[in-house]
Design a protein around this ligand. Structure first.
Ligand SMILES: NC(=O)c1ccc[n+]([C@@H]2O[C@H](COP(=O)([O-])OP(=O)(O)OC[C@H]3O[C@@H](n4cnc5c(N)ncnc54)[C@H](OP(=O)(O)O)[C@@H]3O)[C@@H](O)[C@H]2O)c1
Length: 335
């Protein structure tokens, strides 16, 4: 087994400081140590993967490297009694795909403590249509609920609406009876977002009107922000009394140009969302929600299945902010 080879996307640094991505054969014995070896059936493309695949040292320090922060598949070897050969498992976050060989390969070997049993009511495919993006969207929605934002409280703004986290946040909010206002830079995506359940669509520029002011008219009971920078700052300035802003991303910027006024005059709550090192008890609760009470029907509406050797264009499109919905990586399909 250890000598066996498998296909994986390998990102390599070239002499001119550029990074190339090639599907190559790797051997199982080259995988990092870990208690559980998993045959990966599906992975998915998240923004962090696109950064790792294009040489972002904040995500991945050492190359050659195989990205993929998400993986769903079957246990093939385990030295941990909690995991049996043949069990279907989901692995998202921790160090997977960052500095540990990730889900863009047909095998991963990981610590037993990183794994979640695939919920019975989700297929392996559904678990990766959700993946880190769906898990993070659910953490954001839970942050609204935990801070008393209900469907009756008012409108929820979702930024980066056509992205992985954005589309799944809109679908979850719709499922739970909230009215989601989608903010997008894609003029051609309005019908797509309405179809997913957005009650209104705003262009990015509309949201940024008045961004130089310390406070703006209060419009939002809650915000799910994947973008950061001016977008997050204006969202906070436009949030109503006791409203909740869940900040999970920095697709535009990691800056936050702001005064304290939204906090001290309106009691706005800014809640940070992290998924990679989410504690296991919370992780299991969130996966259980996604698989049952919050289950989204028809995830195929936002996802496409892409073989490993066609992921290159998806990665480049994601870095350019041009992708829509979720790209699921099929580790068994050939182009
Ligand atoms: N905290 C966590 O644990 C966690 C987990 C998952 C993701 N994230 C972060 O959340 C963000 C979204 O992740 P994702 O996987 O959903 O990525 P994604 O699918 O690429 O979606 C990002 C979306 O942001 C919008 N966008 C891109 N560039 C922009 C810009 N310059 N200005 C304004 N909007 C821009 C685009 O949507 P529109 O064209 O519709 O505007 C894009 O589709 C990333 O920053 C990611 O790192 C964090």
């Amino acid at each position: 087994m250890e000598q066996d080879t498998f296909s994986a996307l390998v990102v390599e640094e070239q002499e001119n400081n550029t990074f190339t991505r090639t599907v190559r054969l790797k051997t199982i014995n080259a995988l990092p140590p870990g208690e559980v070896l998993i045959r990966v059936r599906y992975s998915s493309l998240n923004y962090k993967d696109a950064l790792s695949a294009t040489g972002n040292r904040g995500v991945t320090k050492k190359y050659p490297h195989t990205p993929g922060i998400d993986a769903a598949g079957t246990v093939v070897l385990s030295s941990d009694l909690n995991w049996k050969i043949g069990e279907q498992v989901v692995c998202t976050g921790y160090d997977l795909g960052m500095n540990t060989s990730g889900g863009f390969g047909q095998y991963i070997r990981v610590p037993a403590g990183w794994l979640v049993r695939k919920p019975a009511t989700l297929t392996l495919l559904e678990s990766m249509q959700l993946g880190t993006a769906g898990f993070t969207a659910a953490l954001c929605v839970a942050a609204l609920q935990n801070n008393a934002v209900t469907p009756q409280t008012g409108l929820i703004m979702v930024t980066g609406a056509t992205g992985g986290v954005g589309t799944l946040a809109i679908m979850l909010l719709k499922r739970l009876g909230y009215q989601a206002v989608a903010v997008t830079g894609k003029k051609t995506a309005h019908a797509f977002l309405t179809d997913l359940g957005a009650s209104a669509i705003l262009d990015r520029d509309e949201v940024l009107v008045g961004k130089e002011k310390p406070l703006l008219p209060a419009r939002w009971a809650g915000v799910i922000d994947t973008v950061g920078g001016d977008m997050l700052a204006t969202a906070i300035k436009s949030t109503n009394y006791d409203g909740v802003v869940a900040s999970c991303g920095n697709a535009a910027s990691s800056d936050l140009p702001l005064t304290v006024y939204p906090f001290i005059l309106r009691g706005v709550h800014l809640v940070g969302i992290y998924s990679a090192n989410c504690p296991m008890a919370r992780r299991l609760r969130v996966w259980d929600k996604l698989a049952n009470d919050w289950k989204i029907a028809d995830l195929a509406r936002i996802s496409r299945l892409v073989p490993l050797d066609q992921i290159e264009e998806e990665i480049l499109a994601m870095i350019a902010g041009k992708t829509q919905g979720r790209c699921v990586v099929d580790l068994e399909k050939k182009a």
